[in-house]
Design a protein around this ligand. Structure first.
Ligand SMILES: [Zn+2]
Length: 273
């Protein structure tokens, strides 16, 4: 079995995940666009700031009209519970509604199929994981940092690397940038953009993003792009002697034959290695 590389031949992926559909997401998305960095925004699609009000106060969300701002390249929209209720503290039908109503609203707003999520309050249990799985959701992010750059072992209980203001993050960013990994690595930073407003620390994320941006040894992708690529790489089927490999997925997977020698396994292709 050969090790996978990311689509650009890199072994490192970088992504962001920001919650609640807040007004300050616009500033973060503009920063991301200017640096070619991609990421995911998790939205509760029944919670908007009223039309005609200013984005002021502690936690300003977007108005419904302002959510048009999420329609830009490099941005994935994911569900976050339609009214942001704790998935572990509601009845089964309420849980189904929180997931499916949000999925349905966002799909209609953004003309897409929503396949990603973040747990409201970060809380989850086996029932919520199973309900998400049955709803066609491929990954769901918790808020429990794992301080690791390893690829996730369970995408429906996804643990981020760290919150943007975590004091351990700068060291992890340096490690991510300097190490030469044998296996795939992912740096996954999460938060809420009103925290930058509240804590007056936009410089923190500006520094991190400018530090990582523009590097050819990193794949910049949304959450679902990394998730789908990882799931596809893990779905490859090998012959008993490892000579042939079959890709049953819709995602092209790049494999490392030797250092500086990669082979692409196209969707549906069977190739000899
Ligand atoms: Zn939230």
């Amino acid at each position: 079995m050969l090790k996978a590389l990311f689509p650009n031949g890199a072994k490192k992926a970088f992504t962001l995940s920001y919650d609640d559909g807040c007004y300050d997401d616009i500033r973060l998305m503009e920063l991301m666009s200017s640096l070619n960095i991609k990421g995911t925004f998790n939205i509760s699609s029944e919670l908007y700031r009223p039309d005609g009000t200013e984005p002021e106060g502690y936690w300003p969300r977007m108005t419904r009209a302002e959510t048009e701002n999420y329609k830009r390249p490099g941005v994935e929209v994911a569900l976050h519970g339609v009214t942001h209720r704790d998935f572990t503290k509601i009845t089964g039908p309420e849980l189904v509604y929180e997931i499916m109503a949000d999925k349905h609203n966002l799909e209609n707003m953004f003309s897409t199929v929503i396949r990603g999520a973040a747990y409201p309050y970060g809380t989850f249990d086996d029932r919520s994981v199973e309900t998400l799985r049955q709803s066609g959701i491929k990954y769901c992010r918790t808020v429990w940092s794992d301080y690791s750059l390893n690829m996730p072992s369970d995408w429906l209980r996804l643990r981020p690397t760290a919150h943007h203001a975590d004091p351990k993050l700068p060291e992890l960013v340096d490690k991510f940038l300097t190490e030469t990994p044998r296996d795939l690595r992912m740096m996954y930073i999460w938060g809420h953009t009103p925290e930058f407003r509240r804590d007056k620390n936009w410089g923190l994320i500006e520094d991190i993003l400018s530090k990582v941006s523009g590097r050819e040894d990193i794949w910049f992708a949304t959450n679902i792009e990394i998730c789908e690529y990882d799931l596809a790489a893990k779905s490859l089927e090998y012959s008993a002697d490892g000579r042939f490999v079959y890709n049953p997925t819709a995602v092209k997977v790049l494999l490392e034959r030797r250092p500086d020698d990669a082979v692409a396994v196209e969707p549906g292709a069977l190739i000899e290695l």
